[in-house]
Design a protein around this ligand. Structure first.
Ligand code: ADP
Ligand code: MG
Length: 693
């Protein structure tokens, strides 16, 4: 019997109501039941001497009742004093009846399980589980640690345990019930137990195993499952990669006249890192299959110009290129940049934003479909239905890594005639450490721009309480008078766009009134695109000194002359967001600074975020600290719903496994390809389906 295809309803005790509760936990098959692992354990295998107890311990104790009494205070309660000869302990009950009082009469021997609390002068247990011990009956202890499972309302631990026990019995009857999916070489190399052994062990660990190790999830039996899960994810992403690679892609040339002219006209030289990444991209673009490349680079490392080089390669080969930005504001900026860059080359650039309406939109759509427009910039509106391209050869996704599998596959439909799929270039907003990238972006080839353009000095960051606001406003004044440009960022609880805009409006009025002679502008998400555009261009042309903004300017905005940023209520923002925002300054050669203003008191987490920001400007480092604080699920899990939702593995805890998982991937692809589908099926199920594409 294969546990994977056997429903939990085949177990004793699983009727429709139990089935529904299990389904809430994601458990449908016996295999899923067995992979529903304990989150912690209790040790009921031995009796702990009372004299060795510490508050917080969950233990079995045994002793003799010295004295039981009802205490009348604010609340009536039953207290029973127990001694095992070496030490004593109080049992405390808030709910009790006379039967209970009698059971605990002086001289009785009892065995209790519960958590130890430090209760004033003595230790105590509140509402412990109790067994009476008589001469004729001596209660047995458990033989293994007792598992405690994550559960849902109305499903008690003993019930889950009973079900798991039944499933484990089936597993013991036939090892085949849960086939081994790791190659023998891998098991041997890492000294891993088989799946069946690991599962058995994790549900019922022998008493001598370290509970701390188990609860951290670092026991080899658990690591083995984490390894297998990471492996399955990585394989599925690699499958996607090879699936796309089997599609035909348009072939571009390594070099061309447009690119040459473009480079010559740039006011600066590409950095070594930019040049290297451009070469890596070019190497992809000359292949007969679609590029699938991710460019990681810190804020300000110059990703846009690298994107432009790729776009020109497409255009030179007679194709269209699109650039998709995460916000309208950024799309508008890119549109402006690309227009400035490409108009002198006689190329047509179009902007397709979701807010574009009526005749203008119609005309833009016609330009895309006829091919008269070679470069198209926009937001996700680019991939809406009804948007057709004449011959789309390259898709660039800027400042995000949330470009999911399904979106990637759907590109084929937007692609060039003849079933060719466009090349894909994805630029991250948040760089992540290399090993993690190997796992999370296993479907993409990665390039890293690991160098900032010359002449940049790190942004100096200070953290100040908002009680010093007047002083900060003065500082803004001085900076503006000295010809520097300043951002003033207003943040508010994220869900409320309206409140955030209101706060920005108020700050603008206040600053305009206080700062005489300073030209103040305002930009927020509820303004019309044309209004935003007008304000941003004025700021860029140095017709404004101070730009009051909401977090709409978070990503991508590029005004190199701006050199001071004040962020109000910085304690409300996460690390990634703060780093992105701060990246709006320090883009030119002027020494830049950032003032993180907070409204106290600070929570412990907020305090640590702000001090990390003060200590470093390194986006990779900040990403790592962000992962440690928020956990990988929060930071990376949004790549696409479900795509990297891990059940057992934890990218941070198990990061050391990733390079080994990577080699195991190779091994499986070369020597055990028959394991690929079962592994994906077991861990990801129907999550990634390419068949229909
Ligand atoms: P990113 O998107 O990586 O945050 P941008 O592409 O917006 O960065 O570039 C940041 C700034 O650096 C821009 O003002 C850009 O003109 C400038 N820049 C890019 N490459 C270079 C270079 N090689 N030398 C000097 N300045 C550069
Ligand atoms: Mg950018």
């Amino acid at each position: 019997m294969a546990l994977d295809s056997t429903s939990v309803t085949t177990l004793k005790g699983v009727g429709p109501s139990m089935e529904a509760k299990l389904a809430k936990l994601g458990i449908h098959s016996l295999r899923e039941l067995l992979f529903h692992l304990p989150s912690r354990y209790q040790d009921r295998t031995r009796i702990t001497p009372i004299s060795t107890l510490r508050p917080g311990d969950n233990v079995v104790i045994e002793g003799e009742v010295q004295h039981t009494e009802i205490k009348f205070g604010k609340r009536r309660m039953l207290l029973s004093h127990i001694s095992d000869g070496g030490g004593s302990l109080t049992l405390r009950f808030f709910y009790f009846n006379s039967g209970q009082q009698n059971r605990l009469s002086t001289g009785r021997r009892v065995r209790c399980f519960g958590e130890i609390r430090g209760g004033g002068a003595t230790l105590e247990m509140i509402h412990p589980e109790i067994e009476l011990i008589s001469d004729s009956f001596s209660a047995t202890l458990e033989e293994s640690l007792t598992p405690i499972y994550p559960t849902t309302e109305g499903l008690q631990q003993p019930a889950i345990r009973k079900l798991v026990k039944q499933a484990l019995e089936l597993l013991q009857q036939s090892g085949e019930a849960l086939p081994e999916l790791l190659p023998p070489e891998t098991l041997l190399q890492h000294h891993y137990p088989t799946t069946a052994e690991a599962i058995q062990f994790i549900h019922y660990p022998p008493p001598e195993v370290s509970q701390v190790q188990l609860e951290k999830g670092v026991h080899p039996a658990q690591q083995r499952l984490a390894f297998e899960e990471l492996l399955a994810h990585q394989l599925s992403l690699r499958e996607l990669h090879s699936h796309i690679r089997q599609q035909g892609g348009p072939r571009f040339k390594r070099e061309g006249a447009l690119r040459q002219t473009f480079i010559q006209r740039l006011p600066y030289q590409l950095t070594g890192a930019q040049q290297r990444v451009v070469n890596e991209i070019n190497q992809d673009l000359i292949q007969p299959y679609p590029m699938q490349r991710l460019v990681q680079g810190d804020v300000g490392s110059g990703k846009t110009v690298v994107a432009a080089m790729a776009a020109l390669a497409a255009i030179e080969a007679g194709y269209q290129a699109v650039l998709m930005a995460p916000t309208e504001l950024l799309a508008e900026q890119h549109y402006r940049n690309f227009s400035d860059w490409l108009a002198p080359l006689d190329l047509q650039v179009s902007l397709l934003a979701s807010k574009l309406k009526g005749k203008k939109r119609q005309q833009t759509l016609v330009d895309l479909e006829s091919g008269s427009s070679q470069m198209i910039v926009g937001t996700h509106a680019l991939f809406q239905e009804g948007v057709k391209f004449a011959h789309l050869g390259l898709v660039i996704v800027d400042e995000q890594h949330r470009f999911g599998v399904h979106q990637r596959l759907a590109l084929k439909e937007k692609g060039v005639a003849g079933g060719l799929m466009p090349h894909q270039l994805i630029m991250t907003a948040t760089p992540i450490p290399r090993t993690l990238a190997m796992s999370v972006f296993a479907d993409l080839d990665c390039s890293t721009i690991d160098e900032l353009p010359p002449g940049r000095s790190p942004v100096e960051t200070v953290v100040v309480p908002d009680s010093r606001r007047p002083e900060i406003i003065q500082r803004v004044h001085t900076a503006c008078q000295a010809g520097r440009q300043v951002y003033w960022v207003c943040t508010l609880i994220e869900e409320s766009d309206v409140l955030q805009c209101q706060a920005a409006q108020e700050a603008e009025t206040e600053l305009r009134e206080t700062l005489t002679g300073v030209r103040v502008g305002l930009v927020h998400g509820r303004m019309k695109p044309a209004e935003k555009e007008a304000v941003m261009s004025a700021f860029k042309r140095v017709e404004l000194d101070l730009l009051v903004a909401t977090t709409v300017i978070e990503v991508g905005v590029d005004v190199p002359n701006a050199s001071l940023m004040v962020i109000e209520n910085a304690e409300r923002l996460g690390l990634a967001q703060l780093h992105q925002l701060r990246g709006r300054v320090g883009r030119g050669s002027t020494k830049s600074s950032c003032v993180l203003m907070y409204h106290g008191p600070l929570s412990r987490l907020a305090k640590s975020r702000l001090s990390i920001m003060r200590e470093t400007n390194d986006g990779f480092l900040i990403a790592r600290r962000d992962l440690e604080i928020r956990g990988p699920g929060e930071v990376l899990g949004t790549r696409q719903t479900g795509e990297i939702a891990l059940q057992i593995a934890n990218l941070l805890r198990d990061e050391h496994l990733i390079p080994q998982v990577d080699s195991a991937c190779e091994l499986i692809q070369q020597r055990h390809p028959q394991l690929i589908q079962p592994l994906i099926q077991r861990w990801i199920g129907e999550g990634l389906r390419f068949a229909e594409v």
